[in-house]
Each structure stands twice: as C-alpha cells, then as structure tokens.
Design a protein around this ligand. Sequence first.
Ligand code: AVI
Length: 323
Amino acid sequence: MNTLIQEKPTAVNTQFFNDVIVGLTAEPKSLSSKYFYDERGDAIFQQIMEMEEYYLTNAEMEIFVSQSAAICEAIAKGDEAFDLIELGAGDATKSIHLLKALINRDLDFSYLPIDISAHVIEDLEANLPLQLPKLKIKGFNGDYFEMLSQANKYSNRRKVVLFMGANIGNMSVEDAQLFCEKLRKNLSKDDLLLVGFDLKKNPSQILAAYNDKNGITKSFNLNLLARMNRELQADFEVDNFDHYACYDPQSGACKSYLISLAAQTVTINDKVIHFQENEYIFMEISQKYALAEVEKLAKFSGFNMTQNFLDDQNYFVDTIWKV
Ligand code: AVI
C-alpha cells in the first residue's frame, strides 16, 4: 500500500501540469520558458545576468545609468502627474536610476510595479522607499493585463509603461505583435510605452550569450526538467538530456532546445511520455531585432516610435513608443 500522503495539486501546479502535458504530447515537443523561473531558476538566471557572455544586462544598465535624465525628459509632459507602470519589475535595479531622476526633477508620479511573483512585489514595496523616501509606490501582483486593468481602476492619470530587459524577445515576432496590440488597446492617448529590445549584432556574440562555456544556460534549461520532478512527480533523468542553442542571423531568432540523448520514457504524474534518441524539446526563443524591425513592430501595433536610447556599443535599445 502506498503510505505517502499526496499533496493536493495547487491551482498553479494544475496549470503547470496541463501546459507541460500539452507541450510534451505535441509534435514537435515544446515547453514554455515562463516556467523556468521557480526559486532555483531565479537563482540561475541571476548567475546568467552576471556571466561574461551575457552582454544584455550591462548594455541596458548603461542606458539607465547614463541616460536616465534624458529618458526623464522624454516621458515627462510638463509638470503633469502620471503613473509609471513597470511590467515584470523584478528587483528594479535598472529602473531605480529612472526613479531617482524623476524624483530629482520633482515630478509628481507614482511607481506601480506589476510582477507575477508576490515576493518581488513585497520586496519592492518594503525596500524601494528605504532608498527613495519620496517615492510613491503601489505594487500589483499577478498577470500583466489583469493587473494593468486594476492599475487603470486605481488611477486615471496618464500612463508610462516600462517593459524592459528584452522580455519581449521571449515571444515570437507574431506573439510580440499580438502582445503590443493588446497593450495598445489598454492605453489611452498621450500614454507612452518604453520597451527594451536586444539588437541584432555579431551572431557569434549572440550565440555565446545563450551557449556559455560554463554551462550555466544549460543548467537553466535542465532545471525545468528538475522542477517537473520536484513539483509534478515526474521522473526525468536530467543527465539524459543536453542543451542545444542556435542563432539565425537572418530571422534574428535565437532558440534553445533540450535534446534527448537516448530513446527513453518519462512518467509525469499519471502520464507517460516517449522520447526518441535525438528528439528535441523546444524551450525558448530570444528574438533579436534590427532597429527598422522595432519600428515596424511599433507601427504594426498602432504605436509611433518617437525616441531611441542605445548603449555605446549599439547592443541594446530602450525605445519610446507613443499611443
Ligand atoms: C529574460 N530573458 C530576456 C532572457 C533572454 O535573454 O532571453 C532569458 C534567458 N534565457 C537564457 N538566457 C537568458
């Protein structure tokens, strides 16, 4: 008799389980990169951001450290009060430079960070006011669009939405178009969007950022299999899978896969999944853009690209789009 007391699956686990089964019974197999970020995944992503090869973090940080005063000018509309909404705020290490610049200019604004993690919101609300005592902050924990509509109910001031960190790159171009269109429909005249894109550059440099020599990105991908073992009673032999990343300079798509190193069978709770030798699981896209493609995306989704802020090496752009 099985004497283990099974924990009732939580709502999150049910959603996670369903998404995993849909992805792994599809042809070709895929998993959603949004599930990379459990506690262990967050810690590995932190290591990725500190990697020598992962140029993105420093490039966008440089923009915020050295150009926040100019960004501040670009988003302020005289002295009119506004809300600064950040989608996926994380620890706000880059946006804090902009917050400081806005406070130094004595602008009347509230900072409304939105994040899927309750932890992140609690930390921001507790810690940011210690560094910026004049900051008015109200966090929203949940899905971007649901929280955006809550933020709309909270205040009817002009909105400036930040979507940084090349998070838009983790959507295909088609999904990014749908996302931006939906965002556009949630904003009003005079609202602004500031969005960060990783730009097309030397393909070898891009590939190295997702195929680092120390295997940190590999462990980031494999952690999703380990997470399924921990949370969904799966029995993945993690060492039976390898990480494979590739970059296509023409389309700008950098893609990550896990490759099954043997014919094998994995059980996830009550479902059995077969893998052929060398079969792949598509894990993540990190789409890179040319500036002209960024402008095309803005136009397509009903925005006007008004100003671009680039780092010195032209690796990254934070672009301002007007409704
Ligand atoms: C969060 N996102 C922008 C990262 C990226 O660059 O696509 C996630 C990542 N995946 C592997 N390395 C970093």
